[in-house]
Design a protein around this ligand. Sequence first.
Ligand SMILES: Cc1ncc(COP(=O)(O)O)c(C=O)c1O
Length: 372
Amino acid sequence: MQLATQYAHLSALAAAGRLRTLTPRHGVDFSSNDYLALSDSPALIAAAQAALARGVALGSGGSRLLRGNDAEHEALEEEAARFFGCEAALSFGSGYAANTALLSSLPQAGDLVVHDALVHASMHDGMRLGRAPFQAAPHGEAQAVDDAIAAWRRGGGTGTAWIAIESLYSMDGDLADIASYIAVADRHDAMLVVDEAHATGVWGADGRGAAAAWQGRPNLLTLNTFGKALGCEGAVLCGPAIVRDFLIARARPFIFSTAPAPLSAAVARASLRIAGTEPARRVQLQGLIDSARIHLEPLGARVRSQIVPLVIGDDRAAMQVAAAVQAAGFDVRGIRPPTVPAGTARLRIALTLHVGEAEIAALADVLEELLP
Ligand SMILES: Cc1ncc(COP(=O)(O)O)c(C=O)c1O
């Protein structure tokens, strides 16, 4: 029978309670990454309408290296470089594409990549596609990264060391101590790559990201995405101009892919302007984080940012609690391995401006009934 192995895989996943399926949107939003509720905001919709009215195209018509290089892409990259404070930016259709482009092309065969154990799948996939060996360091431990690079040097490693971290971890909600990683990078003449997907728009001055204070350094690269707090789609890699030039020349996900829609680039530009000029959205989100501390921490949730994990442990138990919370009208998702480490299945409660304190309190009431 054709696809027999695939059927067997699906059955095994279903039997283990780990089958991923698509479900329609339902219930109060405690699961999106639309932290500032920009995705359906009048401001962003107006920006899209204005862009269409001035003739911005829906499709790019080709790779950036061919006919696809639209003025909107270049304008976005200039504005993003100014906004985030780096020398140059290069845009991609998604953060996934940007991370795979970066890590598959920049580190070379004689280099070493040391990554935090909890970095996103897109970083893992980029490292797997690349030529440099890579190894994990325990989560959040800059000293362990330092030790790994020092050991590699002692063993004869002569290339460049690359450090890959997130500034705000997507499943744990904790913020990295970026200063410590910068110090390690400086000490070893290493390059630091910071995935700011969940921090962009929310953390740092004007939402420029948690690494904003270090932008412009020659050994820092950041991934800033538009699909989460900024409410649209796409991403920019920010760093020295030579990195941009290198990626254009060598990164296969950039070269061999149709450029993103010029309309998306125009909307992304508008999202940067909104982030820079409407601090009230960030203040409101910080207020929700305070509310979560009051209502959700007593239930065992860890509240360090707008991403609030409530670890349950057992996969099935986590998915059962998630299903019951959903049935009560709250869109809270259960997250299980391999997305998170074994034994740490959890509810991932995302705080966005689509909810207020009343909804957080109501969710807490439901959870109190359900939690073991
Ligand atoms: C930490 C992190 N990095 C990168 C990405 C990929 O970004 P995008 O959704 O724009 O492809 C995600 C998406 O979930 C993410 O959580």
